[in-house]
Design a protein around this ligand. Structure first.
Ligand SMILES: [Zn+2]
Length: 309
């Protein structure tokens, strides 16, 4: 049994994942930022000791998916704006010392993509991009079951490829990034600006209004689908993966988005066989992060799937 640890911006999900990629136990620990990082970490360790005690022989290993920036090789966390005080903490080292087993860590987008490639929408395929569209746009590129790493083991940031040089300011400081045009907050802001009397609405609410026939909401959804479709066309032109698996809160409205996205991709991608790239939804659902965390361990340490670093 592998222990999965999914460290997000607001909570830590812990779980036990069996050798078939099924989540046997799951415990969510909300991170109360006001009480400091040690508080959340102590609660996390307490639950993990309990889980380790409950299973025969204890954990076989521990896999961690962690919100970035992180160093996937040393295990050290960088500066995450929702987690003040966590920078410099090394969950990989701490859990290895505590439980005396091998521990592996990845950026959470890479972890979820690894799980999806092994157990979900990318099963049996050579190349897959797992794309999460929520408060930002994050991606994991998987080739032959392994995470693609850039120079110095860097995690590429597909969400920050620039589409509109004069576009809105992005959280990264550049303007017109894909994330600044097609993630949840951007559609919310655009709708509020275009439709001041409609007030501030969440992406989910805007999609519901669009389904009910609200013209301003429909324009916002069309714009969202257009930017998602253009961004995916760029991804397909550059990587031509066999599968793109979409997840994240924005994709909960896939009924409004998938068909237009596919039509835009078909129209844009004329020099690559885009029909060979399946654009689909992630199939692991709410447990994708935990299943992915377990797969991080398998990829690093399990002899059958071992990654050379
Ligand atoms: Zn950016």
């Amino acid at each position: 049994m592998i222990a999965g640890v999914d460290i997000g911006g607001t909570k830590v999900a812990l779980g036990l994942i069996d050798s078939n990629g099924a989540v046997v136990t799951r415990v969510d620990i909300p991170i109360e930022v006001d009480r400091g990082p040690a508080n959340a970490r102590d609660r996390m360790l307490k639950v993990m000791r309990q889980l380790n005690h409950e299973i025969d022989g204890g954990f076989r290993g521990i896999g961690i998916g962690c919100t970035g920036p992180i160093d996937a090789i040393t295990g050290e966390m960088g500066d995450v704006n929702t987690l003040p005080g966590w920078q410099g903490w090394n969950p990989m080292r701490e859990l290895a010392d505590e439980f005396k087993v091998t521990v592996a860590l990845e950026n959470d987008a890479d972890a979820a993509a690894l799980g999806e490639a092994r157990w979900g929408a990318g099963k049996g395929k050579r190349s897959m991009v797992g794309l999460t569209v929520g408060t930002g746009i994050g991606a994991g590129i998987i080739f032959e079951g392994k995470v693609y790493r850039g120079a110095g083991n860097a995690h590429p940031e597909i969400g920050h490829h620039i589409m509109e040089p004069d576009g809105p300011l992005c959280t990264c400081g550049a303007t017109g990034c894909w994330e600044a045009l097609a993630a949840g907050p951007s559609i919310e802001q655009w709708y509020a600006e275009q439709n001041p009397e409609g007030g501030v609405r969440t992406c989910k609410e805007i999609c519901a209004l669009a389904r009910a026939g609200d013209a301003a909401a429909q324009r916002a959804v069309d714009r969202l689908a257009t930017y998602l479709g253009i961004g995916l066309s760029n991804v397909i032109h550059m990587l031509m993966p066999e599968v793109i698996a979409l997840s994240g809160s924005v994709m909960q409205s896939a009924d409004l988005l998938l068909d237009p996205i596919r039509a835009i991709v078909r129209n844009n991608c004329r020099v690559v066989p885009s029909e060979n790239c399946l654009i689909t939804l992630s199939s692991l659902g709410a447990n994708a992060g935990l299943i992915g965390a377990a797969q991080v361990w398998h990829t690093r340490f399990d002899s059958e799937h071992k990654e050379k670093l």
